[in-house]
Design a protein around this ligand. Structure first.
Ligand SMILES: [Zn+2]
Length: 170
């Protein structure tokens, strides 16, 4: 394992927004060995939404730190993960305790236009797009450039693996 000098600047930032009845934490940056989530861990309780739209990269040290956060929060907080980037979805599908007891409310998915080949990440909201709990197909989107039909650019079963079994917990 490689250790960075203690002076390595943190690469992950977060902003805490107190809302009536719940707390939102907006993350941005990179989740890696420079990240220490202990101070954040102590501040969070009750209903918590972790907004992950700004997290573009994550490595194995970051995964460990994150898993610890989720484990500790599971007793003090009811956690929702929102705006999960594809890198987060990959981890959710690969590492069983990456999400802990958290519920995923929305995530980004890679799409490609079948007409003009434009690639876009689209935001998929579970309550809206999967209201019927049918996790065997992805919602359809129109291309923002040419209005063509966009194709989901991944394997549905694999990408949505983290949703299987989520329906019984609420
Ligand atoms: Zn297009």
């Amino acid at each position: 394992m490689q250790h960075d000098p203690p002076s390595a600047p943190p690469t992950l930032f977060w902003r805490i927004k107190e809302q009536p009845g719940f707390t939102v934490v907006e993350f941005s940056g990179e989740l890696n060995e420079t990240v220490n989530l202990a101070s954040l861990r102590r501040r969070l309780k009750g209903r918590v939404v972790l907004h992950l739209g700004g997290v573009r990269r994550i490595n194995s040290s970051g995964v460990r730190e994150w898993v610890n956060l989720m484990r500790d929060l599971s007793t003090a907080a009811k956690v929702t993960l929102s705006h999960c980037r594809p890198v987060i979805i990959t981890q959710l599908n690969m590492i069983s305790n990456f999400g802990g007891k958290a519920r995923v409310s929305s995530f980004f998915a890679p799409y490609e236009c079948s007409r003009c080949d434009r690639e876009e990440e689209r935001l998929v909201a579970i309550d809206t797009h999967f209201a019927s709990k049918d996790f065997t197909r992805m919602p359809q989107f129109q291309c923002s450039a040419c209005d063509g039909t966009m194709r989901f650019d991944e394997v549905v079963d694999r990408y949505l693996g983290f949703l299987w079994g989520s329906s019984e917990s609420e």
